[in-house]
Design a protein around this ligand. Structure first.
Ligand code: AMP
Ligand code: GLY
Length: 432
């Protein structure tokens, strides 16, 4: 098989790495990929937003199926353009991608299909939103969300009226996220622990992946500003069988059947960002793609052939595919550039990668690196994802940090508590 992966981060490296393990995959292309991906895939200098060039590539290289990593090309209709070419495509159409690209669409859709989520109101007029936030009746904290894609920065959990009004001003008046600020959602702030529940679907059959937990805040104990994700872990305990069947019944199945009913059948990867509350699981958001860094802990736990899964999904035969998952745990620690998520320096030489990779339980996924002579140097805010897969969470945490300690670049920072929530839950009381 000839496969194309679209994107250039740690998630795409994990996708390429997993596809390469399939004996049926002859060549993996990646557009545009990165320096780490280039060691195992043919990277082509085509940007994910260059729909025409991607279509040309699919035709020229006789691609069997395309896997789209990031949300932006899905939201702008890459799948709509690729479908008529006859190659398989794993990802939703522009219409189905609205579950991620419009918070208003997602919230209204959930309301129509009775999917549990925080109570909310949509505002088009900033003055009305500001007046509501200034009222003495308004409960704080409260959550303000820009309607469109904002690279993960369009959601503000405001502690008081000042913070909430500042969020509305930035989104709707200063238009920091462009047209994503045409409308906002203001919703109740939910309390609990978060979980990422990701499923593969051909629009009919739902094939759940193992659950994962992201670590969005920059520093230990969930402090500091939000980032694209500083690490993740995956164990069977994150949801457990009862919660998982509840999420399937109350969230995933109504969404897949509701999208079909409304004329936007969903095919690809659906990611439900959940808050596990005392009232049960509630949806914080949907993503229409694999999570990053979640993909870096989910894919290593897949035992069966990933290319076969993708092929079955694209051909609408997911029902025939039998997925097997590892029962253990995976942990991914993200190594970031000094200063990230704020401004950071690039071009720092990375040492210790070979030594860290000698451990067979470890996989290192590149997110922002560049090759310079025989070296890799830093090129992004998130530089590497160091993933360890082991029989249990405590061992996976230990192996991951052993590998992290072998790697160095000037200014490198990372969290030291990835997986700690899971360890705490297994030793003490449940998290919720
Ligand atoms: P979203 O992109 O909607 O998932 O929001 C990003 C992050 O904001 C989530 O992962 C949560 O940490 C937080 N968040 C979003 N909505 C809520 C909510 N209603 N209550 C509490 N936290 C939220
Ligand atoms: N880890 C969060 C995301 O992929 O959006």
């Amino acid at each position: 098989m000839r496969v194309l992966v679209v994107g250039s981060g740690g998630r795409e490296h994990a996708l390429v790495w997993k596809l390469k393990q399939s004996p049926r995959v002859r060549v993996v292309f990646c557009a545009p990929g990165n320096a780490g991906i280039a060691r195992s895939a043919r990277c082509v200098p085509v940007r994910p937003d260059d729909t025409q060039a991607l279509c040309d590539l699919v035709k020229k290289e006789k691609i069997d199926f395309v896997l789209v990593g990031p949300e932006a090309p899905l939201a702008s209709g890459l799948v709509n353009a690729l479908k008529p070419l006859g190659a398989g495509v794993l990802g939703p159409t522009r219409e189905a991608a609205q579950l991620e690209s419009s918070k208003v669409f997602a919230k209204d859709f959930m309301a129509r299909h009775k999917v549990p989520t925080a109570p909310y109101t949509v505002y088009q007029d900033p003055q009305i939103a500001l007046a509501y936030l200034g009222s003495s009746e308004t409960p704080y904290p409260i959550v303000v969300k820009a309607d469109g894609l904002a690279a993960g920065k369009g959601v503000i959990v405001a502690r008081d009226a000042d913070e909430a009004r500042d969020a509305v001003t930035r989104i709707m008046i200063n238009r920091e996220f462009g047209e994503a600020g045409d409308r906002i959602v203001i919703e109740e702030c939910l309390q609990g622990v978060e979980a990422s529940y990701i499923v593969f679907t051909d629009g009919e059959t739902i094939l759940p992946a193992v659950a994962a937990r992201d670590h969005k805040a920059a520093f230990d104990n969930d402090s500091g500003p939000n980032t694209g994700g500083m690490g993740a872990y995956s164990t069977n305990d994150i949801l457990g069988p009862e919660l998982e069947s509840d999420v399937l019944k109350r969230v995933i199945r109504p969404v897949i059947s509701g999208m079909k009913e409304e004329g936007f059948p969903f095919q690809g990867i659906l990611y439900a960002g959940l808050m596990l509350t005392s009232r049960g699981p509630q949806v914080l958001e949907f993503n229409v793609r694999m999570g990053d860094p979640e993909g870096q802990v989910i894919l290593p736990r897949l035992r069966s052939d990933f290319a076969g899964l993708c092929e079955a999904l694209c051909q609408g035969r997911l029902k025939e595919y039998n997925a097997e998952w590892d029962d253990g745990a995976a942990v991914c620690v993200v190594l970031a550039s000094g200063g990230y998520p704020g401004p950071y320096l690039k071009g720092k030489v990375i040492t210790g990668l070979k030594m860290a990779e000698e451990d067979r339980r470890v996989a290192i996924f590149h997110a922002g690196t560049r090759a310079e002579g025989d070296n890799f140097v830093t090129e992004g805010g998130r530089v590497l994802g160091v993933t360890a897969t082991e029989k249990d969470l405590a061992s996976a945490v230990m192996v991951a940090y052993e590998a992290v300690n072998k790697i160095h670049f000037e200014g490198m920072h990372h969290r030291r508590d990835i997986g700690a929530k899971g360890l705490k839950a297994s030793m003490e009381e449940p998290l919720v």
